[in-house]
Design a protein. Structure first.
Lengths: 100, 100
DNA sequence: TCTATAATTCTAGATATATAAATATTTTTA
DNA sequence: TAAAAATATTTATATATCTAGAATTATAGA
């Protein structure tokens, strides 16, 4: 739980938006084709469409978010779903309150 | 109160440290020569000594922190004192809780 | 096994940030 | 008013981040 490393990830409008969108997938994304829920989050393609950036850029962003623990990937067939990691998100906010 | 802009400022170890040091000036800095309190914070020179970076770098960092509202400058003669802006710091943490 | 689809990784150019030396500004004091 | 001290600004270089296209990998289905 490194405040500086997580802050770097949050220092970008798109990545902050992704985190916000993942709070309410039903409201922000169309339903998936292969499954009828968002229990494991949202697939990369939908996040890409919503963000309006290239596929490689979004994939890179999601990797960065995953590397610091903000999101969790789950593979379903050829799709990767990403969901929020509430534990790390809350730990980060708590750490900020104590360490900045 | 822009989450992304404040996160950029926090995406640096030294700037996070400065914020932390300013929480307890008595514990982290020597007493000032011209005044006997830290009511307006700590002068640039002391922060520079503690951080171990060049004068221009620290001055640039403090300006960036001030620009997003995290710290407040007060001029006392030839010294500039910087103190934490608790209102903005708390507002940022609250905003994170609601927006990420 | 070949093909299509989804995602990741590699490569590269443009822009931003980190950092310090040099210079300028502000204020005090001799 | 000239020199000194503290800070800010300018300039410059090195490194990092942003972003996309191309190439690669993983998986499902024909």
């Amino acid at each position: 739980m490194d405040i500086v490393e997580i802050s770097k990830v949050l220092a970008n409008r798109t990545r902050v938006n992704v985190l916000k969108w993942l709070k309410d997938p039903e409201a922000n994304f169309p339903p998936h084709q292969d499954i009828d829920h968002f229990d494991d989050g949202v697939c990369v393609g939908y996040i890409q469409d919503k963000a309006g950036l290239s596929q490689s850029t979004i994939s890179t962003y999601l990797s960065a978010m995953q590397n610091v623990g903000l999101i969790i990937p789950t593979r379903h067939g050829k799709w990767t779903y990403y969901k929020r990691n509430e534990t790390v998100i809350q730990a980060y906010i708590r750490a900020l309150g104590e360490n900045i």
